[in-house]
Design a protein around this ligand. Structure first.
Ligand code: S3P
Length: 444
């Protein structure tokens, strides 16, 4: 499972300015993909900078269950000896993906066109999340799929013995849907095509090309059209995982709201499909500079230098949502300290993440004295000069909700408590020591 079943209440409070260097963990999306593509390649894939959060560890375990040889060589350094496209063997037990939507959805795609059977499960949060968005296209490849009521986990997939390639338009902007289809398309003959109206993170496309697949993206009037030629021989590659911009968001926002702070966050991915929060922060007037822009592991990266300063509320355009989909919880925190209101439209997908993030943020912010309005697909946060705090937030098995409220408490008048910080280990195992190292007053 993703974390211990014992709740871990945590508190954060106002203190000194934050200072120093924050080495945030490896990118979660890229870490999952490196393990999965390594397992589908021929030869040894060496991965450095892998995120060793529970979500990714569950994916590593799953790849071993499907027959890959997966070994940890040192901190963040892993070796995967793959079995090749179509080479997965039938796992001997249930594949438990813990808390990870990315893990389960991508792995279901990766096995759905191989004639083996696998059963997938997850924790209480993952078992509530919608899976029809994945099982519908995978069935069209020819896989036989049985799910619990409402297309939820546990799910059994009997992979297609004779898969047909797919031509599919994604119904919502989701890199997980796109990636599941591309991974399934690897073992289908001919061309698999995914059309997405709004561009989503493109790590799968970049990495598939890096591993030798023939894949191209055309930008058309109907959106991005991604075409993958099936049955390639994927060649094992070294993968250097850049640092996660979604994890960097927590110390970055903390430095922006705690007076007197200056921090440096080196080696953060600046992939344009992940950059929406940083674009928004700059529009809010945030003092962030991007130094030493360079390329690492096929991704653009930079060192961020962040300084506290005044902020103003903004309206985030809905077409930016996909490029910052995981960052709305922390944006709603910084919005509480900005002058005026911050409006987030077109964010209905937040309701089906690790928790209903609109509901979780609205409740927790209100408990800490912040005015929030919500609709089915929007959230508006009213900024204030002094944010009271003093409330308890329910984290709802959601790492990003937990970290967001702990950052909030660093600048509120009174401390902020979260009922359970244990989900943080899914994506940012060293969050607490890293924040404490910057000078934050945060404890269990
Ligand atoms: C991810 C895609 C996003 C994001 C998730 C990671 C990925 O989900 O929320 O944390 O690695 O592909 P959706 O694609 O469902 O929006």
């Amino acid at each position: 499972m993703s974390h211990s079943s014992e709740p871990r209440p945590m508190t954060s409070r106002r203190g000194d300015p934050l200072n120093g260097v924050a080495h945030v963990p490896g990118d979660k999306s890229i870490s999952h993909r490196a393990l999965i593509l390594g397992a589908l390649s021929v030869g040894e894939t060496r991965i450095t900078g892998l995120l060793e959060g529970q979500d990714v560890l569950d994916t590593a375990k799953a790849m071993a269950a499907f027959g890959a040889q997966v070994e940890r060589l040192g901190p963040g350094e892993w070796s995967v000896h793959g079995v090749g496209v179509g080479g997965f063997s039938e796992p001997g037990s249930v594949i438990d993906c813990g808390n990870s939507g990315t893990g389960v959805r991508l792995i279901m795609g990766a096995m759905a066109t191989t004639p083996i059977t696998a059963v997938f499960s997850g924790d209480a949060s993952l078992s509530r999340r919608p899976m029809a968005r994945i099982t519908t296209p995978l069935s069209q490849f020819g896989a036989q799929i049985t799910a619990r009521e409402g297309d939820r986990l546990p799910i059994t997939i009997q992979g297609a013995a004779d898969p047909v390639p797919l031509h599919y338009r994604t119904p919502v902007a989701s890199a997980q849907i796109k990636s599941a289809i591309l991974l399934a398309g690897l073992n289908a003959p001919g061309e698999t095509v995914v059309i997405e109206a709004e561009p989503t993170r493109d790590h799968s496309e970049r990495m598939l090309a890096g591993f030798g697949a023939e894949i191209r993206t055309e930008v058309t009037d109907e959106g991005n059209v991604i075409t993958l030629v099936g049955r390639p021989e994927l060649r094992a590659q070294p993968v250097a995982v850049p640092r996660d911009p979604s994890s960097a968001a927590f110390p970055v926002v903390a430095a922006l709201i705690v007076p007197g702070s200056t921090i440096r966050v080196p080696g953060v991915s600046r992939n344009p499909t992940r950059d929406g929060l940083y674009v928004t922060l700059l529009e809010m007037g945030a003092d962030i500079s991007f130094e030493n822009a360079r390329e690492e592991g096929g991704e653009p990266v930079a060192d961020l230098v962040v300084r506290h300063g005044p902020l103003k509320g903004v309206a985030v355009p809905p077409e930016r949502a996909a490029s910052m989909i995981d960052e709305f919880p922390i944006l709603s925190v910084i919005a509480a300290f900005a002058e005026g209101k911050t409006v987030m439209n077109g964010v209905a997908e937040l309701r089906v993440k690790e928790s209903d993030r609109i509901d979780a943020m609205a409740r927790g912010l209100r408990a800490n004295g912040v005015t929030v309005e919500e609709t089915r697909d929007s959230m508006t946060v009213h900024g204030m000069e002094k944010v009271p705090g003093g409330g308890m937030a329910a984290t709802c098995l959601d790492h990003r909700i937990a970290m967001s409220f702990l950052v909030l408490g660093l600048a509120t008048e009174d401390p902020v408590m979260v009922d359970d910080g244990s989900p943080i280990t899914t994506s940012f195992p060293d969050f607490l020591p890293l924040m404490q190292g910057l000078g934050a007053t945060m404890d269990v």
